[in-house]
Ligand binder design. Structure first.
Ligand SMILES: NC(=O)c1ccc[n+]([C@@H]2O[C@H](COP(=O)([O-])OP(=O)(O)OC[C@H]3O[C@@H](n4cnc5c(N)ncnc54)[C@H](O)[C@@H]3O)[C@@H](O)[C@H]2O)c1
Length: 335
């Protein structure tokens, strides 16, 4: 058992709730702060009074600190995540993902907390990449969401230089799948991710799944992405947090599997797993969708010894288990 106390910001969200589950299972004392903008209290209700429903501000963070005592590390998932919305309402994203996030750094500096693990994104890289993307690939975000992640990474660099606040930024590719350990899974209010949309189509909640473009320069013409199981992400966060608390070194790591699947392949695998003939139709390309986004994950393996354990079949099987058991997501779960 650990006696370390970890504050998880955005811990009622999709990825945060899976990390909270793993941290708790490993014996960490976890506190979640979440404003429930897109999170679900039912995903972490076992934490009881260790869940604080509030916006991130220096004031609320100091209150949490006073109430619970020493905080050994912070994991920061709390952000807005919709690329399309970020291009319609950039200020909303700048305000939450940069300005509010800076409140955390001011709090950490004042409260002398040195370790932050930050949810960054492959969206920092942009769309002109050939082959696998390494952490040295130039950052060139093409949407405001990616820009906010890139800017916050740069702010972290300066908060280390000036105040010694250390961080590990994890640039996730496509997070997917559902927990192997608890009845929790993906339930975003305006779902835009491919696998839940495909499975909701299988459940008959949608008529068809749109394939945005089948004339890309890929073997079957559809876009290729790197899907990583959310339980693999959880383990990577724990490796990162433990390394950070122990060694106090900054890092930036890609988090993916290192293998890509096309949209058509995802639909075909989903048809096999669900045994349902999922209807799809070809639609126009979307602005700013890169043909291929696949991570080179060697760096995190070299530095932390972490490697993904689960493959695309595990991802779609666990997601199907979650969606078919809970077609309305957390609404289906009893308190
Ligand atoms: N899902 C992916 O594939 C993916 C890929 C790359 C990066 N990310 C990043 O990972 C993080 C988590 O993503 P997710 O899919 O779990 O999203 P999510 O929307 O399910 O979780 C975000 C959580 O943060 C909370 N939140 C947002 N703003 C807040 C604020 N100001 N104060 C308190 N709580 C706040 C929300 O209520 C929600 O519970 C995000 O930062 C996202 O940008 C996600």
């Amino acid at each position: 058992m650990h006696n370390k106390q970890i504050l998880v910001l955005g811990g009622a969200g999709y990825i945060g709730s899976h990390i909270t589950e793993r941290l708790s299972a490993k014996g960490y004392k976890v506190i979640v702060l979440d404003n429930l903008y897109s999170g679900h209290i039912k995903s972490i209700d076992y934490l009881e009074d260790r869940v604080i429903i509030a916006d991130i501000t220096q004031k609320t963070l100091h209150e949490v600190h006073e109430r619970f005592g020493k905080i050994d590390g912070i994991i920061h998932f709390a952000g807005y995540i919709e690329v399309g919305e970020s291009m319609k309402n950039p200020y909303k994203y700048i305000q939450n993902n940069i300005s509010r996030s800076a409140e955390i750094l001011e709090f950490m500096k004042d409260a002398d907390i040195r370790s932050l693990v930050f949810s960054s994104s492959a969206a920092v890289y942009g769309d002109k990449n050939k082959g696998k993307i390494t952490e040295r690939t130039r950052k060139k975000p093409i949407n405001v969401y990616g820009l906010t992640k890139s800017v916050f990474e740069d702010i972290l660099f300066h908060y280390d230089n000036i105040f010694g606040v250390k961080s590990i930024c994890l640039r996730y590719f496509n997070a997917a799948g559902a927990s192997h350990f608890r009845n929790i899974g993906e339930d975003h209010p305006n779902e835009s991710h491919l696998i839940p949309l495909v499975l909701k189509t299988a459940l008959g909640q949608r008529d068809t799944i749109n394939i945005y473009g089948d004339d890309y320069d890929t073997p079957d013409g559809t876009c290729i992405r790197d899907y990583i199981h959310v339980d693999d992400l959880a383990e990577a966060h724990i490796f990162a947090l433990e390394t950070l608390m122990e060694k106090q070194q900054n890092h930036i790591f890609n988090l993916g599997v290192g293998r890509g699947y096309s949209i058509k392949e995802i639909i075909d695998i989903s048809k096999k797993i669900t045994k349902i003939d999922i209807p799809s139709k070809i639609a126009d390309r979307r602005e700013g969708d890169p043909a291929i986004l696949v991570a080179d994950c060697d760096l995190i393996f070299q530095k932390l010894g972490w490697k993904a354990k689960y493959d695309i079949n595990d991802i779609i099987k666990t997601a199907w288990n979650w969606h078919s058991k809970n077609p309305e997501g957390f609404k289906d779960l009893k308190k």
